[in-house]
Each structure stands twice: as C-alpha cells, then as structure tokens.
Design a protein around this ligand. Sequence first.
Ligand SMILES: C[S@@+](CC[C@H](N)C(=O)[O-])C[C@H]1O[C@@H](n2cnc3c(N)ncnc32)[C@H](O)[C@@H]1O
Length: 139
Amino acid sequence: MDVLDALDWVRLNLSHTSFIDVGCGIAWIPAMATDLGFAPAVGIDHNKEIVQLSNDLGFPAVWQDAFGLDYSKYDVIYLFRPIMNKEFEDTLECKIADEMQVGAIAITLGSNWNRIITDPRFNTIAQFGYIYLSQKLKA
Ligand SMILES: C[S@@+](CC[C@H](N)C(=O)[O-])C[C@H]1O[C@@H](n2cnc3c(N)ncnc32)[C@H](O)[C@@H]1O
C-alpha cells in the first residue's frame, strides 16, 4: 500500500513520531503506524459506530469531529479527503494547513489534495504512487 510505504519512509528518514489519521474509519492505518514505531498514533472519526467497531477490533480510533481538533501537536497528518462536501473539505484542509507546525508532514492524495501540494508554505518531499508527502516550511 502506498500509504504504508509513505509512513515507512518517514520513519526511516525523519525524526517525526506523532501521527494522526483524520477521518480514520476503522483506524487500520493508525494501527499500522503504531507497528511502524509512531507514538502516539491515533485516528479520529465522527462516526460513533465506526469508532466502536474499530475499538472492538483493538484499533485506536477516537470519537472526534475533525473540525474540533488542534492540528499543531501532530508531526504527521494523514488525510484521505474524509468529507464528501467540497466546501467543508476545503475549509478543513485550510484549517489543518494553517495549524500545522513548521516541519510537520501532511500525507495526502496527490490528485485531490492540491490545496496543500500547491500551497507555497509546503514542499513535496516524497511521493509514493498517488500519495504525496508535503512538509510545511514556513508559517
Ligand atoms: C473514506 S473514509 C477514510 C478511512 C481511512 N482514513 C482510510 O484512508 O482508509 C473517511 C472517514 O472520514 C470520516 N469523517 C467524515 N467527516 C468527518 C468529520 N467531520 N470528522 C471526523 N471524521 C469524519 C467518515 O466517518 C469516514 O469514516
């Protein structure tokens, strides 16, 4: 999977440790991130039933709305465009891009998350298939 290749690359090449999957579903990606050595590695989802299923499987989903979170405390932020409504999705992407610390990494879909890939504050540092790793260079 491209996203696991991307996470593996981050662990091998950078000192980043904390990880969040925004709109994580059953949170299999944060579970894999934990296995790769990220700590803490969490996922958030606003769907209570999915979070319950995730936790029943032993995966680390937390019930949380993506708009209510402070993204400045995460080193690596994975976002698989969780919101169907384009306007809300754009608003969330702007919030995340603004709040991320300089040096933090966004892992996004290259074809869709052009907002951050083309943001002049970010630099694409690696690509795995359709997955892009963009580092925030300027506040
Ligand atoms: C396509 S799934 C992605 C699952 C996982 N990240 C992956 O890549 O396999 C999108 C998830 O985003 C969640 N979601 C949508 N809007 C959200 C919001 N405002 N806050 C938190 N989660 C949200 C949905 O409940 C859904 O489980």
